[in-house]
Ligand binder design. Structure first.
Ligand code: GLA
Length: 670
């Protein structure tokens, strides 16, 4: 059909409808009734948004976008009304459509899908050429669908956004029901969806090229119990061969000058300020290390290392643990302070006739394995449950706690993750007393086993464990359920730590679970983390500010440069390992923008600027919110850059789902 003729017919048709339905609001030249939006077929001159191939271009925080269905793939239904077309999405989401002046108007019914019975609330927004053109206000489960109409005359692009209404994304199944674009008569170009690039922008971090000049990294303080075996690898980078020496090392400790491994045991309780020195062909470095000897002085900084679960899960075996130890050194991670090699579940066999736990056939000789890990200056961790069975169904420690602690000590274990699992069938009820009971028993067993074993509680945060984890002698306690490599999982866990800060400190840490950067997959399908680069920056920034254990969960033999850049930035690690041990607090929040801060031992403040939204946004840190005044130097820790001196505040654009970590103030040297 000729364009002119088509145009005439279309106009005639539109005029006829408009005359017939004058009572209905019209946008552009054509009137659309709400009943048109539940139809199978679009009126002439209009197209369904889900016909544009748009779902593949939608960015959303949970699930996958669906064409003509809810986010869970059911018929799209709002308040009992079913729609054949539309986009089923989930907050927070954004869909960008390029119009290039091809459209007259947009119309859609919006609401939460009936498939959600629980609490859920969202706001639907339509943005045209950078300005908000319509917004639904807060919509909740059970609300009637609302109609959004927007004039698109002359518009270049449109964005359909759904935000979580400020209360998190739980149950936010959001439908753009019957979403339709009314085209300008006779247009040749069609609207098209594009991927929102903000979400996939490269991370804003510098690549870390270790300087050939020696540097001593990692913790500045370490604890031990007098008379028990001590092992510590001095984390140092720089062109080798490196030679290590130490002044004021307590009597019975020996430093191997060529490996930097300190072994032996400290005889007397006390605080020893040791001056470490590392020399290489390109210079030397010195640093104080405080060794604290006394009862219950372990984990004076958050444990750093690796755990087998997020990568190998059930497939862990002796060879994989040895490989992890090898790669911990070869990859350079050990030189930045990572020291624990932790075996998670699935190493356990049956008990022998004496009731002692015996590893399964994948672990032929646990003592030999521990010796191997120790030979590299690293430490070996293990896993058990206070219940009869572990979460994966292996033998737990119930009623064998003292025996197991002695076995671990005999093997040379340095860390125990004690995972509630089947203890739920032993516990009489869910009172705090019952929650504490098994952990007190194992604490007592560890105290009597003759070896320093860091004690890691894992019971997913039940009974506000942070309020009593230290009282039962935990060095760290999981505050949440298991983490996964999705934005929703990582960010809700990380930002959800707000309010737990008063319970953390040297020797007792909140544990928001292991890291999900690098290749993970719980053995099934190893893949690069599903977090975008900027989301990974948020992950490591938050965990550093939160003084969380840094337990890497990926395949250490297969890390790309980006993963190494994230994990080996010494300035970021310094924040995590800071001697004051103060967990950051959230000091400011406006919608999806947040500022978190923690004081550091050198008198400065570490400050995280976060953008949880799906578009890049400016964040301002006000000096008043972080307790400083006057002009203050600011250093960007991810970029390794002094960005200048600022009076009153500091503002920077933070990438979508990304973070910036700065240090504010002039460091006082100790
Ligand atoms: C629980 C824990 C995980 C992991 C598994 C092992 O789910 O929370 O971290 O240890 O058990 O079975």
């Amino acid at each position: 059909m000729e364009v002119a003729m088509y145009r005439r017919m279309w106009l005639a048709c539109a005029v006829a409808i408009a005359i017939a339905l004058t009572a209905l609001p019209a946008v552009g030249g054509m009137t659309i009734k709400q009943s048109d939006l539940t139809a199978q077929k679009a009126p002439k001159g209009a197209i369904w948004v889900d016909s544009l191939g748009i779902p593949s271009t939608v960015t959303q925080d949970f699930g996958r976008p669906q064409a003509g269905r809810s986010v869970d793939g059911r018929p799209m239904t709002i308040n009992g009304i079913v729609y054949a077309h539309g986009i089923g999405t989930h907050a927070n989401s954004m869909m960008k459509i390029i119009l290039d002046e091809s459209a007259e108007s947009f119309i859609s019914m919006v609401g939460l899908d009936d498939e959600v019975k629980e609490e859920g609330s969202v706001v639907f927004e339509v943005w045209v050429d950078g300005n908000k053109a319509a917004d639904s206000g807060i919509m909740r489960v059970g609300d009637e669908a609302k109609e959004l109409r927007v004039d698109l005359t002359g518009a270049k692009e449109m964005e359909l956004r759904v935000t979580d209404a400020g209360n998190g994304i739980g149950y936010d199944h959001a439908d753009w029901a019957g979403a339709m674009i009314i085209l300008k008569p006779g247009v040749k170009t069609q609207p098209r969806g594009v991927v929102v690039s903000h979400m996939f922008e490269p991370a804003r971090i510098a690549s870390v090229k270790p300087s050939p000049k020696p540097s001593i990294n990692g913790p500045r303080i370490v604890g031990t119990t007098p008379g028990r075996p001590f092992i510590f690898l001095i984390p140092a980078t720089g062109e080798g061969p490196l030679r290590y020496s130490a002044k004021n090392l307590p009597g019975d400790l020996i430093l191997d000058p060529s490996t930097g491994i300190i072994t032996g045991s400290v005889r007397d309780a006390g605080e020893y300020i040791v001056e470490l020195k590392v020399e290489g062909p390109r210079g030397s470095a010195t640093r104080e290390l405080t060794i604290v000897a006394g009862e219950h002085k372990l984990a004076l900084t958050p444990p750093m290392g690796w755990n087998s679960w997020n990568v190998w899960a059930r497939d862990i075996d002796d060879a994989k643990v040895r490989a992890a130890a090898d790669w911990m050194v070869k990859s350079g991670l050990a030189a930045h302070g990572y020291q624990y090699i932790n075996i998670d579940d699935c190493w356990e066999g049956e008990r022998n006739e004496k009731g002692e736990i015996v590893p399964n056939s994948k672990f032929p000789d646990m003592k030999a394995l521990a010796d191997y890990v120790h030979s590299k200056g690293l430490k070996l961790g293990i896993y058990s449950s206070p219940g009869p069975k572990t979460c994966a169904g292996f033998e737990g420690s119930w009623q064998h706690e003292h025996q197991d602690a002695k076995t671990y000590a005999k093997w040379g274990i340095d860390f125990l993750k004690h995972d509630w699992c089947s203890y739920r069938i032993v516990a009489l009820n869910d009172s705090r007393e019952e929650l504490m009971k098994p952990y007190k028993i194992m604490r007592d067993a560890l105290d009597r086993c003759g070896r320093d074993i860091v004690y890691s509680l894992c019971q997913y945060g039940m009974g506000n464990v942070w309020e009593w984890g230290a009282e039962v002698g935990g060095n760290l306690w999981r505050t949440t359920g298991d983490i996964h490599d999705s934005w929703n999982s990582m960010s809700s866990i990380g930002f959800g730590q707000a309010g737990t800060e008063q319970y953390a400190g040297p020797g007792h840490w909140n544990d928001p679970d292991m890291l999900v950067v690098g290749k993970v997959g719980w053995s099934a399908n190893l893949r690069p983390s599903n977090l975008t680069p900027n989301e990974q920056v948020t992950h490591i920034t938050l965990w550093s500010l939160l003084a969380s254990p840094l337990l890497i969960g990926c395949d250490l033999s297969d890390m790309d440069q980006f993963t190494l850049d994230l994990l080996t930035n010494d300035e970021v690690i310094e924040v995590n390992q800071d001697m004051l041990g103060k967990q950051a607090s959230r000091v400011w929040k406006d919608g999806e923008l947040e500022v978190w801060a923690r004081p550091l031992w050198d008198g400065t403040m570490a400050v995280g600027m976060f953008n949880r939204s799906i578009v890049n946004a400016e964040v301002t840190v006000n000096w008043a919110d972080i307790g400083v005044t006057g002009p203050q130097p600011v250093r960007d820790l991810w970029l390794h850059k002094n960005v200048g001196t600022f009076n009153g505040s500091y503002t920077e654009t933070v990438p979508a789902h990304g973070a910036i970590l700065i240090k504010v103030g002039k460091p006082k040297q100790k």
